[in-house]
Design a protein around this ligand. Structure first.
Ligand code: PAF
Length: 509
């Protein structure tokens, strides 16, 4: 299907008859590699109809001059859009979107909080204009997914907020900023620059990327010094801010991820760029009782998001296995201290791309899943010294982040500053059913459903009432009940939440 629609009435008619869902890519034309990435991402995401709109929205320009000079290249845009995977292109004119004397047009206001920083400070009314047009387009098109670039990070946050406020059931899929080989982000306004002005934006983007590298090392940034440096290079700064990436409020010491964003003037053209700064890579904490589906789900998330998988339960099980094997009298402090000093637990990927667990060079992957270990692990994991030892080991593994950890105290104790905390639960019956199936598949032991149900209840009680690090939902964790959901549905749900909480740009750094 390659179709161009120019009139809203025609679009409405086409929409009424469309059977599939829509991926919507709103643009103002003058398509560049950033837009191409949006279209190709939409195309590769699903089998929906990909609709791209080209509409230079006058409401979001502060001056007539800026609107007039905005590059317009519709014929070339059509070619680029279709060749990258657009099925339908909607090219309305102004009267179609804003009919004269039409009282039903809602002129919207952007979120006050989000538009009172960065570009909102000088581009008065700009984001109101963006909200007004996006709202009109969404009402007309009724897409399932909306594709937006992270290049306009503030716009992305404001549109997400608009969708929430208006209770639109539309997924926002963001695409990382696309940069040219010289580090400058693709932007339609780059076409307005002279050779010298291009050098200025290049200097600016490269300085931001340099600041990011310094931040990775020093974990702090001196904004005043950076501003001075940029000014000494004749870069005319409109703003340069270091903020929380989602609230756009001043960054706080506790924030792991932040945004360093700026706008500069290159001659008459105003350009923006940003980098995300991170003290460490993101961490996902997944806690929950036995049988909630944690392990399977966490493994799949790690694979999908290319994160390290930290199975803390396996570490407690491995220690339990060793204590049993060495017949350790763990009630005796000196014996406990001695063995803990000598323990090394490592995870290694095996030829089946799964993780093997080794304790003191013994591969215990299978052995630690036996019912025998299941029945002692809760007791052993409630020993203060054991917990202290393992929490310390887990923090060492997670020092630079980039992992998804599962357990019972990840969000509360091990990584209380994790970017995303999930608390997975399931009813006792559902968990007993899953455990029974798991044991049957392994073909190791016969165990009755009711007996399993009892064991699980007992384990829940022990885990949630133990003195040290009891199983407890962290205050800021999102609770998800897995009953009735397939593993894949749950994985997708958590990945969607992750995408809403972590900019795509830094997900795979
Ligand atoms: O980012 C843009 O190109 C525009 O602001 C948008 C979202 C198409 C609204 O006019």
């Amino acid at each position: 299907m390659s179709k161009i629609i120019r009139k809203t009435e025609e679009l409405k008619e086409w929409r009424r008859n469309l059977k599939s869902d829509i991926n919507f890519i709103p643009t103002m034309g003058n398509l560049h590699n950033g837009h191409q990435k949006l279209i190709s991402t939409a195309k590769s995401s699903n089998c929906n109809t990909n609709l791209l709109s080209i509409f230079v929205n006058p409401l979001q320009f502060e001056s007539k001059e800026d609107l007039k000079s905005y590059p317009k290249t519709v014929d070339k845009d059509i070619e680029i859009a279709f060749s990258n995977g657009a099925d339908v292109i909607f090219i309305p004119n102004i009267i179609d979107i804003y009919p004269k004397n039409n009282k039903s047009i809602s002129y919207l206001k952007a979120s006050k909080e989000l538009s009172s920083a960065l570009c909102g400070l000088t581009r008065v009314g700009h984001f109101d204009g963006v909200c007004t047009v996006v709202y009109r387009l969404l009402k007309l098109i009724q897409p399932k997914n909306l594709f937006l670039g992270e290049k306009d990070w503030q716009q992305l946050l404001i549109i997400k907020n608009l969708l929430e406020e208006k209770k639109f059931n539309i997924n926002v899929i963001s695409v990382p900023t696309q940069r040219d080989s010289d580090g400058v982000p693709f932007s339609s306004r780059n076409n307005l620059l002279s050779k010298n002005e291009k050098e200025i934006i290049k200097l600016f983007s490269n300085e931001l990327s340099h600041a990011k590298k310094i931040f990775e090392k020093d974990k702090k940034i001196d904004l005043k010094q950076l501003t001075k440096k940029l000014e000494s290079k004749n870069i005319s700064i409109e703003y340069l801010e270091h903020l929380h990436p989602y609230s756009l409020k001043k960054v706080q010491t506790k924030d792991n991820i932040s945004i360093l964003a700026g706008a500069i003037k290159c001659g008459k053209t105003r350009l923006i760029d940003h980098v995300f700064l991170m003290k460490r890579n993101p961490i996902i904490a997944i806690d929950g009782p036995a049988g909630s589906g944690k392990s399977t789900i966490t493994k799949l998330i790690a694979k999908e998001l290319n994160l390290l998988y930290l199975d803390t339960g396996a570490m407690y099980r491995a220690i339990s296995w060793l204590f049993k094997k060495e017949k350790i009298n763990y009630a005796k402090e000196s014996e406990l201290k001695k063995i803990l000093n000598d323990i090394s637990i490592i995870f290694k990927s095996n030829s089946l791309c799964q993780q093997d667990v080794f304790i003191n060079d013994f591969c215990v992957t299978e052995a630690i899943r036996s019912q025998e270990i299941s029945s002692i692990v809760s007791k052993i994991s409630s020993i203060k010294k054991v917990r202290e030892f393992l929490v310390n080991e887990q923090r060492k593994i997670g020092k630079s982040g980039g992992l998804v950890a599962e357990g019972r105290d990840i969000g509360t104790t091990v990584f209380p500053d994790a970017e995303l905390k999930i608390f997975l639960t399931a009813s006792i019956d559902e968990r007993a059913k899953r455990r029974k199936l798991e044991l049957e598949l392994r073909g190791t032991e016969e165990i009755d459903f009711n007996q399993l149900r009892e064991l699980i209840s007992k384990r829940d009680f022990e885990d949630s009432t133990r003195e040290i690090s009891p199983l407890k939902k962290a205050k800021d964790a999102i609770e998800l009940l897995t009953d009735g959901y397939s593993i894949n549905q749950m994985v997708e749900k958590i990945i969607n939440i992750y995408n809403l909480n972590i900019p795509k740009e830094i997900q795979r750094e």
